[in-house]
Design a binder for this molecule. Structure first.
Ligand code: C5P
Length: 286
């Protein structure tokens, strides 16, 4: 079985409060892009193994753990425990989504593993049960279990409510050489006294209004992430000066993105920022 494991972008992220369990209560709007890793699953008698394909992006091959610390194997083990089974699988991943990038590559891989092995092992677990396993593994996994184009995610991110999207949106994503540690970014955050509203972003998605999305996209973590990663702060000002466009950040960074007016505009922007010296992740379509 071969499945795509998609990257997400956040076009809205507000932090409502800090919770007693140390996590932050969020309201975020996530978009599932077409940019993806490819995952291959082969049933095995009882062994669970993970390997990375040589077709992966070279940058992804470094620091990609293949042991039980990888969220893919954690998801497979959690599914086995939940379903009281000892079935195995040989999992191979062709990695393109960079790590520590705010694109939820690891979370997406974990969700794809839950969905794939539920089928491959013929467990027939309903989606709600996959959601409950996903929530024990991380905050962004439930969005991908839901398998929708866009959603408002609340709680620590695990409560997913799909929302409407019209037309297509094109984003140009790029990042500095270094990633951001999510806990480090949250630790730099000063909690807001006045909360941003997601209303206009939801309206822009629903009506397919690219300009409104560009004007209203918001991420409360941009300031703390810029304090944690000065290279990312430079990227944001360099790319804004180079293109004359707003530069947005996804998740806790360090991926930043431009919202293109059309597919053609996105292609022009990809070429333009190609000479910036920063890594161009590519044209991401939603
Ligand atoms: O759940 P996930 O593994 O994505 O979270 C990584 C870290 O990011 C958490 O350990 C926590 O420090 C921080 N985090 C948070 N509030 C959230 C999500 C993540 O403080 N809603």
């Amino acid at each position: 079985m071969t499945l795509n494991s998609y990257a997400k972008l956040n076009v809205f992220l507000e932090v409502l409060k800090k919770r007693e369990d140390g996590f932050h209560e969020l309201e975020t709007i996530m978009l599932r892009t077409q940019f993806c890793d490819k995952m291959h699953f082969r049933a095995r008698a009882d062994q669970l193994t993970l390997q990375i394909s040589e077709l992966s992006r070279p940058a992804s091959l470094a620091n990609f753990p293949l042991d039980e610390s990888n969220l893919i194997l954690k998801a497979a083990e959690a599914l086995r425990a939940h379903a009281h089974t000892n079935l195995g699988a040989e999992i191979t991943i062709q990695k393109r989504i960079p790590a520590e990038a705010g694109l939820a590559g690891g979370s997406s891989n974990a969700a794809t593993t839950l969905l794939a092995l539920n089928e491959l092992w013929q467990l027939k677990l309903p989606t709600e049960e996959l959601h409950s396993i996903a929530a024990t593994l991380g905050s962004d996994i439930n969005f991908f279990v839901e398998d929708c184009r866009a959603a408002v995610c609340r709680g620590r991110g695990e409560l997913v409510e799909p929302v409407a999207v019209s037309g297509s949106f094109y984003f140009v994503a790029l990042r500095p050489a270094t990633g951001n540690s999510t806990p480090a970014v949250f630790s730099q955050l000063t909690l807001p006294t006045v909360l941003a509203s997601s209303c206009d972003v939801l309206k822009a998605l629903e009506t397919g209004d690219v300009r409104q999305l560009d004007e209203t996209a918001f991420n409360r973590l941009t300031v703390p992430a810029s304090e944690v990663n000065s290279e990312m702060k430079c990227l944001m000002s360099d790319i804004a000066a180079m293109t004359g466009r707003r530069v947005h950040m996804s998740g806790s960074g360090s991926t930043c993105f431009l919202i293109a007016k059309s597919e053609r505009d996105a292609e022009v922007l990809v070429t333009l920022v190609g000479s910036s010296g920063y890594e161009v992740i590519g044209l991401l379509r939603v």
